[in-house]
Ligand binder design. Structure first.
Ligand code: NAD
Length: 405
């Protein structure tokens, strides 16, 4: 690219690459940076390394027109966006070393008036921490940079649309940083932009997912109580929701995915005494998966006692939620793994209609599995399963309420 990039995007994954492509589509020069040379090579060919509808065209066009270039190193620009992973280390503690490394890589390039934004999901105080780090290393820049945090809340599979139309929360380390970041996002986002400070913006992302986790935990807790109380939890929730101000979510076999099952720990690890409900919700949702695995174990033993032979078992679903192929942090996958630890000559049919091949599990077509199995376990409420006529003469463990009541 001969033109001077305005934006350096550090991290070209599920969030960074679509954002880079969107900014580039807006005819702004973007220098995308990724430490993975394969990612860089793929993007510079105008191709993509992740699955996301419409991203391929956006990247191909942006690269062809010269507005997007990938590299393993950053260059000088006006705006630096940090969109690298924030995984865990040790026991559910957030690891911000990727954010630190990304910040270090742009540190020598920063100059007066530049805008530095973190989008990575981060523990509260991370932007201030990075500000202190930058000003310690580059004291001549003190108070001469604009720094902000702006979390991402897109839904995988609909990223190119939601990036443009979702509302965004933007929090600077000071008022002028917030304003500068607002002006930057206004160029390519049509959703409303909401101003706050960096700490609130960081916490907002964590709270959105914790709120969902807590609400699902309530539904899962009800399912445990109802099992003991001999009450149909699906009917119960349906009836309770007839109240004009009650809206209970549906229980399932746990909570998964890389956001809801993960982000609450960012709060709990820093504020363990104060975040009692948030921490307990994580425990309940994790316990629900363990409980489901135990229920399967019990059903196996009961079948054997009754029929004098080992049962065959269909484990229906591996994804972390219905109708997707994503297995990250999936409770269904955890349950399947746990059940398979106790194999004792039973036949298992593992089903996931949204993926063709799995490197650990041998997959079976869902209709064949239902036909052959003695015990049918619904782990994910996929649309294919909802259409099934589940046989009344077989044991069915429906953890997702596809049959309701
Ligand atoms: N994927 C989502 O749906 C989603 C939604 C909201 C928020 N987030 C958050 O956004 C952040 C990024 O997530 P993602 O899904 O895009 O991650 P990802 O793993 O898909 O991509 C991150 C990329 O950053 C690169 N990288 C790591 N360290 C780097 C460094 N020092 N310099 C340059 N590149 C580096 C990796 O090679 C990788 O390609 C995370 O904090 C995540 O929690 C993700």
């Amino acid at each position: 690219m001969n033109n001077k990039p305005s934006v350096v995007m550090v991290g070209l994954g599920y969030i960074g690459l679509p954002t880079a492509a969107l900014i580039a589509q807006n005819k702004t020069y973007v220098h995308g940076v990724d430490i993975n040379p394969k990612v860089v090579e793929t993007i510079n060919k105008g191709q993509i390394h992740i699955i996301e509808p419409e991203l391929d065209n956006a990247v191909a066009e942006a690269v062809k027109e010269g507005y997007l270039k990938a590299d393993i190193k950053p260059v000088e620009a006006d705006t630096y966006l940090i969109v690298v992973p924030t995984p865990f280390k040790g026991k559910n503690e957030p690891d911000i070393s990727f954010v630190e490394a990304a910040t270090k890589s742009v540190l020598p390039l920063l100059k007066e008036g530049d805008l530095y934004i973190i989008e990575s999901t981060s523990p509260i105080g991370t932007t201030e921490k990075m500000m202190n780090f930058i000003y310690t290393e580059r004291p001549e820049l003190k108070d001469k940079l604009f720094m902000a945090y702006c979390p991402e809340r897109v839904l995988p599979g609909n990223v190119m649309y939601e990036l443009v139309y979702n509302d965004r929360v933007i929090g600077g380390i000071d008022e002028k940083s917030t304003e500068k970041a607002m002006a930057f996002y206004k160029e390519f986002i049509q959703g409303d932009l909401h101003k706050t400070n960096a700490r609130t913006a960081e916490m907002c992302k964590l709270v959105e997912n914790s709120s969902r986790d807590v609400q699902i935990a309530f539904a899962n807790e009800l399912s445990l109580i109802c099992d003991k109380a001999d009450v149909n939890v699906w009917e119960l929730i349906n009836l309770a929701n007839k109240h004009p101000r009650v809206n209970i979510l549906q229980p399932g076999c746990g909570v998964g995915g890389h956001c809801i099952a993960v982000d609450p720990y960012f709060i709990v690890s820093d504020y363990p005494m104060e975040s009692q409900i948030i921490g307990k919700a994580r425990e309940i949702n994790n316990y629900k998966s363990f409980w489901c695995a135990e229920k399967i174990q019990t059903a196996k033993l009961e079948f054997e006692l009754k029929h004098g032979r080992k049962p065959s078992i269909a484990l229906m679903g591996l994804a972390f939620k219905p109708d997707i192929d994503d297995l990250r942090e999936s409770p269904a996958k955890y349950i399947v793994q746990k059940v398979l630890q106790n194999v004792n000559n039973e036949e298992y049919y593992i089903v996931e209609p949204n993926i063709e091949y799995h490197n650990v599990f041998k997959l079976t077509n869902y209709q064949t599995a239902v036909e052959k199995a003695d015990i049918i376990v619904i782990l994910v409420g996929h649309k294919e399963f909802k259409k099934l006529n589940l046989p009344v003469n077989k044991v069915v463990l429906d953890f997702c309420g596809i049959n309701k009541y």
